[in-house]
Design a protein around this ligand. Structure first.
Ligand code: ATP
Ligand code: MG
Length: 568
């Protein structure tokens, strides 16, 4: 299985990202066919229908890119519709976060709509079906209904309520609406086919009683329509032409079509694609909510979460997420995408845009013994050598004492170690070549200080020393460096598919998914804007956390420079 992922990943990496260079996906083929046939007068109207019961995750981003992307490509429009028919779990906090996330991803909806706005219309639809003899009020308990439904190999059996008269059904349904009955006492069911091979067609529930406060309709209603009697109806009311959802709704399509046919309303159509699954994470709002509620993560926007808000705080860009969604394509079969593809996309993007800076994450002091005490020099460093002209640059102060990375020194250096060790030479990025003369150890054998001499003729940009060194290391001047807290993130889970393991998925959380360290960074980092990406050279891409302040800098590592998991 793993091998297949990696093969896929390699194909994806080579795959052109520009949409015009790839062939049509199967939904685009359907849309183009519909346009050719003049269906809906060539009109394309899609919708993104989140239930406001949690924050959006990267799987939703896939659906957003698909729905909004299709509309954009075919001169259509997309509605943002909140599928808010389950009052108990829904909240306006979620509505606001969803709107912010969709906008941040770069999309604009034609209309902001709510299934709850259609409660009156949908109630009217129910009356119409009752009057046509196609719906009945059932007093059975949930267990009785389940038992009477039969099994995939045995047909269901009708109960005594199925033959209620239209008049009785109308009266009972009105009483349900008026609050005469407690939760669970009665339901309204569609009279479809108790022998259908599709279990969902065996008289599905249309309405249930729920005495609960709704985030928009308040206490107006105590009966709420079920998904199957709300979703297709909402699509039809809005005259959605292509209602795109994930594969688990395939068995619901028969119900979707049945209601539309019997109600004789606008014929929206449902099309299904494979949901996005990604390795080393979970992608269900219910599970993500557990992680938040049980304080296993900071919040919905914890940078380790697969939520849009988590990815944003981590330093992902909208462009990188759209690129990722484009690269994975639109599949007809369930699959699992390796998270390293997402990481590849953000590296690609940030390589072109992030300014380069130096930060020492595991510092040891290095004294330049032949550089005068108290003296200071300014060196120049380009912001981004990937951009022609370097995208401007910044001044880098240099002085007698600098911080360097502990791992860049070895007391006994192997042959191909092109960094520092007794007698070895290395270039300090944007500054001089230095040579290690000596070092100091404490009683426990830890290196506490390294002594080097610098070669004044080797200054970057005007090097006349004639000396060639193989390695270049990063550094910051001790007197000028700012301290910063740096948060290094790793995968949230230890296993590829935590939802598919024995026991509770939370047992598979990676205990080392967050490491907090203190680092020294270049002085101008105090003016970096929150969310703006920076590459700490040789160390990865970082951005300031939302809680960072000028007095206490806090960086999140977005991603390392290379995929560190390939060799593991
Ligand atoms: P979850 O299972 O995470 O709670 P959901 O399907 O219940 O997700 P909704 O708010 O109902 O969440 O989803 C809104 C839209 O996003 C739906 O059309 C749904 O099919 C789509 N969607 C949800 N998860 C994914 C995913 N992993 N990949 C692609 N599309 C998704
Ligand atoms: Mg759902």
């Amino acid at each position: 299985m793993l091998v297949i992922y990696y093969m896929f990943i390699h194909i994806y990496y080579l795959w052109p990202t520009m949409s015009e260079e790839r062939s049509l996906n199967f939904i685009e083929e359907i849309v183009e066919e519909d346009i050719r046939n003049g269906k809906n007068d060539g009109r394309v109207l899609t919708r993104f229908p989140p239930e406001p019961n949690g924050y959006l995750h990267i799987g939703h981003a896939k659906s957003i890119c698909l729905n909004f992307g299709l509309a954009k490509k075919y001169n259509g429009k997309t509605n943002l519709r909140f599928d808010d028919t389950n009052p108990v779990t829904e909240d306006t906090e979620y509505v606001e976060s969803i709107k912010a996330d969709v906008r941040w991803l770069g999309f604009d909806w034609a209309n902001e709509l709510y299934a709850s706005d259609y409660f009156d219309t949908i109630y009217g639809f129910a009356l119409k079906l009752i009057e046509a003899g196609l719906a009945y009020v059932d007093d059975s308990t949930a267990e009785e209904i389940a038992a009477q439904k039969g099994t995939p190999t045995e047909p269901g059996v009708p109960n005594q309520y199925r033959s209620r008269s239209v008049a009785e059904n109308l009266q009972l349904f009105a009483e349900m609406k008026d609050g005469k009955y407690p939760d669970g006492a009665k339901v309204l069911r569609a009279k479809v086919d108790l022998e259908s091979p599709n279990m969902l067609m065996r008289d599905p529930i249309m309405y249930r009683i729920k005495h609960a406060h709704h985030h928009r309709t308040g206490d107006t209603w105590c009966i709420y329509p079920m998904y199957d009697f709300a979703h297709g109806q909402s699509d039809s009311i809005e005259q959605i032409t292509h209602s795109i959802c994930t594969l688990e709704f395939v068995p619901h399509r028969a119900m979707y079509d049945w209601f539309i046919e019997k109600l004789d309303i606008f014929p929206s159509h449902q099309y299904e694609f494979a949901r996005l699954n990604m390795t080393y994470t979970v992608m269900s709002k219910r599970k993500l909510l557990q992680l938040v509620n049980e304080k296993m993560v900071d919040d919905w926007d914890d940078p380790r979460m697969p939520t849009i808000s988590g990815l944003r705080r981590r330093g992902y860009t909208p462009h990188s997420i759209r690129d990722f969604c484009e690269r994975i394509g639109v599949a007809k079969r369930e699959n699992m995408i390796d998270v390293s593809l997402l990481e590849f996309c953000i590296r690609e993007d940030l390589n072109k845009t992030a300014w380069r800076r130096m930060a020492v994450l595991d510092p040891v002091k290095c004294v330049i013994t032949n550089f005068p005490e108290g003296q200071e020099e300014i060196h120049f460093g380009e912001n981004n050598p990937e951009v022609e002209g370097g995208d401007g640059g910044r001044d880098i102060p240099f002085s007698r004492e600098i911080w360097i990375e502990r791992e860049d020194f070895m007391e006994v250096a192997p042959k191909k170690f092109f960094r520092l060790g007794p007698g070895l030479m290395v270039r300090l990025k944007n500054a001089y070549i230095i040579k290690c003369e000596d070092f100091v150890k404490d009683a426990d054998g830890n290196i506490t200080e390294i002594h080097c001499s610098y070669i004044p003729e080797s200054r970057s940009g005007s090097d006349t020393s004639g000396i060639n060194v193989k390695g270049t290391i990063h550094w910051v001047s001790v007197a000028h460096a700012k301290t910063a807290e740096v948060r290094l993130y790793d995968r949230l889970f230890k296993v590829e598919d935590p939802s598919n393991e024995d026991g509770d998925f939370k047992e598979y959380l990676n205990p080392d998914s967050l490491k907090v360290i203190n680092a020294y960074v270049e002085p101008d980092m105090v003016t970096l804007a929150t969310g703006k990406a920076v590459q700490f050279i040789r160390k990865g891409y970082f951005c300031l956390d939302k809680y960072s302040t000028a007095d206490k800098l806090v960086f999140n590592r977005t991603v390392t420079l290379k995929d560190g998991w390939v060799k593991k």
